[in-house]
Structure formats: C-alpha cells, structure tokens
Design a protein around this ligand. Structure first.
Ligand SMILES: Cc1ncc(COP(=O)(O)O)c(C=O)c1O
Length: 395
C-alpha cells in the first residue's frame, strides 16, 4: 500500500490544526522510536524519559527538566513543589485554557484572575500590580489569603511581558510559574520561555508546537532543590522505591511519549520557523483587510501556536470559512470566570476583566500548523479578502 502523506489529508477540508500530519511528517523516525521502546521491555520512567529530560533542559537552556503526564499536572506540581497550597493566592489570567486555573485549585490555592493586554492577549502587568496592591490594606494583607504566586500564560505562542512581571514578583516576594503550554521555543531576547520564572509548566498535548502522540508534560527550572522535590512528588514521594518521603502523586511521562518527543524535539525550531513563515504570509495577505492581526511585542520571538485575528464580525467570518472548507477554532469562547464551574466564585483582580470579556467575542484562530502549504495559507487569505469585500468595511 502506498504510504499516506500529510498532504492527502489536508487538500480537501483545511483543518485548523492537524495532529495526523504532525505524525506523518516524521513517521519513519517515530515508528522506529516506538518499536525500540516496545522491544525494550521498560515502559515508564526509563532511559527515554531521562534522555528527554536532559535534552529538553538543554534546549531550554535551564538546569533541570522533569517529564510528567500532562501540562495540567506540570502546573499543579510546580505550585505544590513551590510550597503553594491551601490558604495561598495565585494570580493568573481568565483568558487562558481552563487548565491554568484548574491547576491552582488542584494545588488547593485560590486563583485571582486579572485582565489581559488586548493587543498581545497576555497578562497586563499594571493590572497585576494593582491587584497585588489591593490585597494590602494599610500595609497588611487582607483576609483573601497569602499572596504567593503569579502564573503568566504565554498564550498563542507569544511570550508574556516577563521583564515587568518578574520585577513585580521580586518586589512583592512572589513565585513566578510560567505556563508554557503554548510557547515551546518562544523567547524574549536570548532567553526562552520556561527560563524566566522560578519554574515553568509545559504541555505536550498532540496539537502543541512540541506534541506527543498522547498526553505528556514537563516542568523546567534552574532550582536544583525544586527539581528534586518535583521528581519525588511525581512518583509517590519516592526517593527509594516503595518508601514515600513526601506525600506525592503519580504523574509520570511514559517511555513511548518520551521517545516520540525526543524525535520531535529535533524538528521544533524548524517547525516553529515554518509557523513564523506562515504568519508572515497571512500578514501580507490580510494587511489590507479590516481584521486586527497579531502584534508581536518588541524583543519577543513569537512561535504562533495559534494565529489569532480579531473582528467584530468574527462569527460571520467563521461561518463563511466553514462553508468554503476552511476550519477555524476559538481559543477561548468563554473566559474561565464565566464558565459554569467557576462563575460567581472566583476572585477577580483590580480593574475587572473588560478586555478579556471583549476579546473572546472577537477572536478567531485561523488554520496554523507547520505542515500547511503556502497555497493553503493563500487560499485562506483569498477567502478572507473576498469575505471582507462582500460584507462591508467595519471590523
Ligand atoms: C495555556 C494552557 N495551559 C495548560 C494546558 C494544559 O495542558 P494539558 O492539556 O497537557 O493538561 C494547556 C493545554 O491545553 C494550555 O493550552
């Protein structure tokens, strides 16, 4: 039988992302890596997981990386290992995957959600500082809990303003836990995301820039003691097998996923470069339209996990593209504080969440993945230009 190529699967309906194409692009190497693990007889936390931890740490230029079972577990464990739990407050954004907020509650801490900058979609440092100040009345903390952590999210592959956030964290003595689930390989200046905070959590969900073929995640840190605690906590608190030094959990990266990730890590920079090329193409096609296009913060290396535009007519654009065989997604249609599980019980930061609530009605993620062709990007561009001309001039 002829080998299926990624192109066969994308030439008809254009998917917003395509994990099958991610596999097919490296099929030979991935199949060989899987066969090696299957025949090796060791399936959890073995040589592949150790090698991946080292290679990923080296890639990020941090001292330690520790593989775990998912990005949610990585953030949860980052908080627990930092000593953050019941009675503590962690500040993050509402415009994120629900996992960011879920991880805070899993650790037993209370989330406080602050607004994003509407241009970069990342945490607004001035709202962060106002929220911290609001917490202290007459120099003393209020009854809300101890302010302990900040989780900036590098949403869509654009790094948050880490210089400003790091400065605030130092002044108020708070931990910074980076949510790097969407930012593998992104950087500010020469420092990659994952190397800015005290600790970082990554997801290897299959559609991520570095994706496994199942669940996976990792933590990154330069702090040796923290890395050691994370390694214990991820496996029942064991230093010695069957003897728990700490009350831990089970969140291990299995050998198959580690072996697959080792293959894919080799291609991460190349694939991120392709995402950036596609973003440039989209930018050139769409610059004359009424859409608001992504803007990159000065000094930031954006890796376009998503290419997200804004339009007040987002819903009609989405229908038009769907009717013309182009799939899109909305990341995210409802901010976390308005979702049924959280509404009415999550603390909101100073100044409210005006931008968060507005952008979620206007954002649209166009098809974006490294195995898309220029022609496919052009097709999306042509359709949007046609739609824009047909439907008026107001965005
Ligand atoms: C911003 C963000 N944080 C955390 C996560 C959680 O990762 P996982 O799905 O691997 O648990 C994700 C992935 O969906 C994410 O996009």
């Amino acid at each position: 039988m002829e080998e299926t190529t990624a192109k066969d699967h994308t030439s008809e309906f254009l998917l917003p992302t395509n994990p099958l194409a991610f596999y097919l692009a490296h099929k030979g190497e991935i199949d060989a890596a899987i066969a090696k693990v299957l025949n090796g007889g060791w399936y959890i936390l073995g040589k592949e997981a150790d090698a991946f931890d080292q290679e990923f740490a080296q890639y990020l230029a941090v001292r330690h990386a520790v593989g775990v079972a998912s990005g949610t577990d990585a953030l949860h464990l980052a908080l627990r290992a930092s000593g953050i739990g019941p009675g503590d407050v962690v500040i993050t954004v509402s415009h994120t995957a629900v996992a960011t907020v879920a991880a805070i509650e899993l650790a037993g801490a209370a989330p406080v959600l602050v607004d994003v900058d509407p241009v970069t979609f990342t945490m607004d440092p001035s709202r962060l500082e106002d929220t911290i100040k609001e917490h202290y009345v007459g120099g003393k903390p209020t009854a809300r809990g101890r302010l302990k952590g900040i989780i900036p999210v590098h949403l869509y592959g654009q790094p948050a303003d880490m210089a400003a956030i790091g400065d605030i964290a130092r002044r108020y003595d708070m931990y910074v836990i980076e949510d790097c689930a969407q930012s593998h390989g992104a950087s500010i200046g020469s420092l990659k995301t994952g190397a800015w905070g005290n600790v970082a959590g990554f997801s290897f969900y299959p559609t991520k820039n570095l994706g496994a073929l199942g669940d996976g995640g990792a933590l990154a840190t330069n702090d040796r003691e923290l890395a050691e605690r994370i390694r214990l906590l991820r496996e029942y608190g064991w230093r010695e097998r069957y003897i728990s030094d700490l009350p831990g959990m089970n969140t291990r990266l299995d050998e198959l996923q580690a072996a697959i990730l080792r293959v894919k890590l080799h291609y991460l920079d190349q694939e991120n470069a392709r995402r950036r090329d596609l973003a440039r193409l989209y930018g050139s096609f769409l610059s004359g339209t009424t859409l608001l296009l992504p803007k990159v913060r000065a000094d930031a290396h954006h890796v376009y996990h998503q290419y997200v535009i804004r339009s007040k007519r987002r819903d009609t654009l989405r229908v038009f593209l769907q009717e013309n065989a182009v799939g899109t997604l909305i990341h995210y249609p409802l901010p976390v504080h308005l979702q049924p599980a959280y509404q009415g019980r999550i603390l909101i930061g100073a100044g409210g969440l005006e931008h968060t609530q507005r952008v979620c009605r206007e954002i649209l993620s166009l098809p974006m993945h490294p195995h898309m062709s220029d022609e496919q990007a052009q097709r999306v561009g042509d359709l949007i230009i046609r739609w824009d001309r047909l439907t008026g001039s107001k965005s």
